[in-house]
Design a binder for this molecule. Sequence first.
Ligand code: IVH
Length: 679
Amino acid sequence: MPATREAAERAEALRAEIERHNYAYYVLDAPTVPDAEYDRLFRELQALEAQYPELQTSDSPTLRVGGRPLPEFAPVRHAVPMLSIKTETDTGPEGARSFDARVRRVLGLEEGAPPVEYAAELKFDGLAVSLRYEDGVLVRAATRGDGETGEDVTQNVRTIRRIPLRLRGAVPSVLEVRGEVFMSRPDFERYNARQRALGKPTLVNPRNGAAGSIRQLDPKMAAERPLSFYAYGVGETRGWQLPASHGGVLDALEAFGIPVCEHRVVAHGAEELIGFHACILALRDTLPFDIDGVVYKVNALVLQERLGFVSREPRWAVAHKYPAQEEMTQVLGIEVQVGRTGAITPVARLAPVFVGGVTVTNATLHNEDEVRRKDVRIGDTAIVRRAGDVIPEVVAVVKEKRSGSEVPFVMPTTCPVCGSVIQRLPDEAVARCTGGLYCPAQRKQAVLHFASRRALDIEGLGEKLVDQLVERQMVETVADLYDPLRINAEALSGLERMGGKSAQNVVEAVERSKDTTLARLIYALGIRNVGEATAKDLARHFGSIEALMGAGVEELQRVPDVGPVVAESIAGFFAESHNREVIARLQQAGVHGKAEARSAAPRAVLQGLTFVLTGTLPQLTREEAGALIEAAGGKVSGSVSKKTDYVVAGEEAGSKLDKARTLGVPVIDEDGLRQLLES
Ligand code: IVH
């Protein structure tokens, strides 16, 4: 049965509406409808198209879920070839200077001539594609191939929701958009996490993810992998008066509804290019996608034409790289490290490799399951990643490079440092040494943590010194640091790499560290699951180490962000008699940890609220409670009315409490008040 006019109109309206929501969601990042409503519209359109196949247009959003698998990709000849650009391998400022110098020379600019105007943008690390729009409708998407002929990947590209199937506004009759398809890091991590949970193969990196799904013959598989796209140029155009500059072209593409990255500028001369290169480098680790450099393009299209090409590369553009974040190297061995809490971490010893700006010789393998999942063996060739401040990790091994003599890793059953049994609880990924503070490795880590900058900040107490102190049994627990019979200038100056002066400095630093805050002291103890923020909350709530030690798990859970797990580890820590002993000795030595003045963090959490105090509170006097409320921006009133927000009631509260009940004013106790103050 042919489609009714009503059905045709409805399908048309649905297509337009769904694409409008897609644009808002994927390009503007500002969703306009709830997911459920979107799904409803989508299913309605799918049903209409199933009933009347002639209603299915080439720009229908239903094509985004993937069509029939292809036997192979059809070749596509590019009307305008897809070229590559020269790479400036010097990752320093010279990279920009030599490009600018070349441009000026070819343009015949004198030394005093004004700086050349450039468009500077990011170099995305994905797969180049060309999108052909005819009368505003996406008709074909092709890979670069050899530059002259690529592959028809239209079905797969249609599954990328950021790519419009129909352009907005008054559009050219033919517009080929050139840009990069890529997978964002968060999408990559999410995809891999799901694959792992399903026991399916994971992707090595986002670029392989993007390339793999674009070149996937089954578009349903491609649709499952979340991809993104940014445009960086145009190919063939017809019926369009091109803007005068490259920046203008990108602005126009953006207006047509095509995603263009916001990190782009117009720069004048080499020095501004260098500034852009440095600025993006600083931003690199915060970007949600990988870049391997920046790209500079002469901005004026007339100048681009004058500059022309050399051997298929434009003279008007260059890629200026950053140090790679992933490199290949040899796995020389796999050892295990023992952390402060006894966690056993397998670590790959690597042939030195320059990656992410430093020479790396070790990379974490996280845990036993990771080693098995990635199948890392001694002798393997591995891909090592180091991005920003993150510890280097082995992302994958190159199995094609195996000779057959590689040796699999076996998790030791006893601690390599103290010989205690290594235990792995059934539902934990991490194996632990059961030696506790008997284990010198854990002891060293505990002392280093105690002395670290954000803990007691004992300057000069570094790894080399702590190794010796623990190995010679001069320090068995952190309290020993304050024992003058163990730690004194004379004893220290007898150690390796310690002169009289540095020994004296350490002794003084230890002395100075006694004057510390309660929050730092709690953090320094190294209680499992207690980081800096929790330590601060605990200090604020309990006010003294004794109060904290005396608290049960229930009381502990009244502290913001302390749940059952954290409460258990705190209570467990203080239940250990040797931990209580260490704290007693610290206190004897004068390390108390001062509670910070309450007024130190005035936060107006009670702003606009009126309180009435009545009865005797368990710990605070009325004056103290009133001062706390006022310090937090609240008001204290003497009588209860409808305007009262809370009545704080203690023992023997009288008529004010009755009045609160009749008026329906909330009544809280001292604990309730503390919770409000901490909220
Ligand atoms: S312009 C004629 N701009 O890098 C100039 N390319 O060799 C054509 N790429 O695989 C390329 N980001 O896919 C250009 N902002 C950008 C780019 C970019 C990434 C890729 C491109 C190609 C390679 C260039």
